[in-house]
Design a protein around this ligand. Structure first.
Ligand code: DON
Length: 305
């Protein structure tokens, strides 16, 4: 841990004031209100050692990083049947693309692009009595953190500007791969995207993907070890949309980004690390976040490769 601390501090200072070519997401108006200068990092090891710098305790909109948690819960309910509804192939397309769905007859390429996450939300709406409350309870149990919550302003802001997601959901429904009411599925989807966490909280909630022996404070295992392996595999191949290859190439860890500027990266059997910096590159991934993690796994020689 001492080694990690020094390296994190050094990289933080090295890149804090670099010329950041990214841009804060504006297509969800509420996200544009966040200061672009926020920059935080937090690491939690499977031994529960931890360390953070900068804005690591400030809550931010985790956006697509929530797709890891929704997939996890849907996988628990459905097991391998889930893969009849959503595939596990990289899409090579932007996260909100409609392009492949027609040829693929409404079966999204993977659960980490918007179309796939919307199908996962439909699965959860079928299983959960009170989807928004039950999903939040699930997150709070894994994180052992009753303060986790949605940001209603962000959810509402996305609802009134979410033309692409509305189109995706209706289009998939036309193929029969959305079973519930489109408005209900989208309301749930916009809410899970609006979940707020700090870098610290996010690094803690993901520990079940790094630690084979993880159980919640209530004694529940979140996924079987084989399921956790598979989620990590999809994160590695699909967690950064059409930049997943680039992230694997530069950083070498399974991970997931969100348009709020967060990146979660997991080193199985070692740690979870989260970086938050709101300015995004052209593919919608945090510019500084990727740069930080590339330097971190290089200096610590701790990628999975
Ligand atoms: O559906 C959307 O467009 C957003 N709520 C989430 C997108 C996202 O975070 C993709 N990230 N890179």
């Amino acid at each position: 841990m001492e080694n990690y601390k020094k390296i994190i501090n050094d990289i933080y200072l090295e890149i804090k004031n670099i010329d950041d070519i990214g841009k804060v997401a504006r297509y969800i108006p509420e996200l544009a209100t966040v200061s672009p200068d926020n920059f935080g990092v937090y690491i939690t090891t499977i031994q529960k050692d931890s360390f953070g710098v900068g804005d690591c305790d400030k809550k931010f909109s985790i956006q697509s990083i929530s797709k890891v948690l929704s997939l996890t819960l849907a996988y628990r309910f459905e097991g391998i049947k889930l893969w009849d509804r959503v595939d596990v192939e990289p899409s090579g397309n932007p996260f909100n693309s409609l392009l492949q769905l027609e040829a693929d007859l409404g079966k999204p390429r993977n659960p980490f692009i918007n179309s796939g996450a919307i199908v996962v939300c439909d699965v959860l709406v079928s299983h959960l009595k009170n989807p928004k409350k039950d999903f939040l309870d699930f997150c709070r149990e894994i994180a052992n953190n009753p303060t986790l919550n949605y940001n209603e302003k962000v959810a509402e802001s996305e609802k009134i500007t979410g033309y692409r997601n509305i189109a995706l959901c209706n289009f998939i429904k036309s193929f029969g791969n959305i079973k519930n009411n489109v408005e209900d599925v989208l309301d749930f989807y916009f809410h899970i995207c609006s979940l707020e966490m700090s870098c610290k909280e996010l690094s803690e909630i993901a520990l079940f993907l790094a630690n084979d022996n993880f159980t919640t404070h209530k004694g529940n295992k979140v996924l079987t070890n084989s399921q956790a392996k598979r989620v990590n595999a999809i994160l590695l191949t699909c967690g950064f949309y059409d930049e997943s290859g680039e992230f694997a190439f530069r950083v070498g860890l399974p991970g997931k980004s969100g348009v709020g500027g967060g990146i979660l990266a997991i080193h199985p059997d070692k740690y979870c690390i989260v970086v938050w910096s709101p300015k995004l590159n052209l593919k919608g991934n945090s510019y500084k976040g990727m740069l930080f993690l590339e330097k971190f796994t290089t200096k610590t020689t701790s990628s999975i490769f």
